[in-house]
Write a protein that binds this ligand. Structure first.
Ligand SMILES: [Zn+2]
Length: 294
């Protein structure tokens, strides 16, 4: 009897060491938007998108959009960056963060601190599940500019109304348990907040490590490993301030390419860990292999 066909099987957790820290990427899930443009490459010609896709062995009419929160154990604390969709996601294929953290050996109660890179829905909806905190022992941290911008609610397009509502419903009630972060602030041992405004008004990244061993949790600095890196100046529907997002993207990509700092990207292909290299006038995603295990 032939063996049964079982469908795709993909990895969902990946842990590695950065100095004295342990860093675990966890796949909350993914969706497949049925077009590249929009939301990506808004100002690129269709034929240029098709050429870019073909050159990178990708379809030109859809893409995979993964969601990858990160867990960092500093030895003192377990810190979770972003919380996925919980049970409020758009598809069955998302909202698996807590189940997959269990695979990595972490219970929801183990999380000491939840840090939000920004408040777009895929990063905050999972903070409450069935009306209760998803990580019941956790304190919270968020960028001051991010919190204040959404609280004041000025200057957002109508398309961000659902985000504003989710922020009011889920994040504002946590204000008493919230640490507000400015660029350069320390979040936990060896974790520093880094300014990356533009994708959202106060979007933050986080440098993790000791001395020469570092990784940058880059959040949504770039949201696709080909379309956002090879053409970093392309406009993206998800960027709240497109001009600032593009300037920030180019500045930070230049820095990590120059310094050879590995990055974790929330929307990079799982396990979402890699290096940024220069390619033409843009950049190229170089997925990490075994570097972090040696
Ligand atoms: Zn995102």
């Amino acid at each position: 009897m032939p063996a049964e066909m079982k469908g795709p099987l993909i990895p969902t957790v990946n842990r590695f060491a950065v100095g004295s820290h342990e860093v675990t990427a966890v796949l909350d899930g993914w969706v497949v938007p049925e077009a590249v443009k929009p939301p990506l490459c808004l100002d690129l010609k269709d034929e240029d998108i098709a050429a870019l896709a073909a050159e990178n062995h990708l379809p030109e009419d859809r893409y995979e959009h993964p969601f990858v929160p990160t867990v960092v154990n500093t030895r003192d604390e377990l810190v979770l960056f972003d919380v996925g969709f919980g049970n409020s996601g758009p598809a069955e294929s998302v909202g698996h963060l807590r189940d997959r953290m269990a695979v990595a050996g972490y219970a929801p109660e183990d999380v000491d601190l939840v840090v939000f890179t920004h408040v777009h829905p895929d990063h905050i909806l999972g903070v409450m599940i069935d009306g209760a905190p998803a990580f019941p022992n956790a304190r919270y941290a968020i960028g001051t500019v991010e919190y204040d911008s959404w609280k004041n609610g000025v200057g957002f397009p109508d398309t961000r109304k659902p985000t504003q509502d989710a922020f009011e419903r889920l994040i504002v009630p946590l204000a008493d348990q919230m640490t507000f972060l400015d660029p350069g602030d320390t979040v936990g041992a060896g974790i520093t907040a880094v300014e990356a405004f533009g994708h959202s008004p106060g979007h933050m990244m986080f440098m993790v490590g000791d001395g020469a061993d570092q990784v940058l949790i880059m959040g949504d600095l770039a949201v696709h490993y080909v379309f956002s890196l090879q053409v970093p100046e392309a406009r993206v529907f998800f960027d709240d301030d497109p001009d600032k997002a593009i300037a920030t993207r180019k500045r930070v990509l230049d820095m990590v390419a120059t310094d050879g700092i590995p990055v974790i990207g929330h929307h990079m292909p799982f396990p979402s860990l890699g290096y940024i290299e220069r390619k033409g006038g843009g950049y190229k995603w170089e997925p990490a292999s075994y570097q972090m295990r040696l």
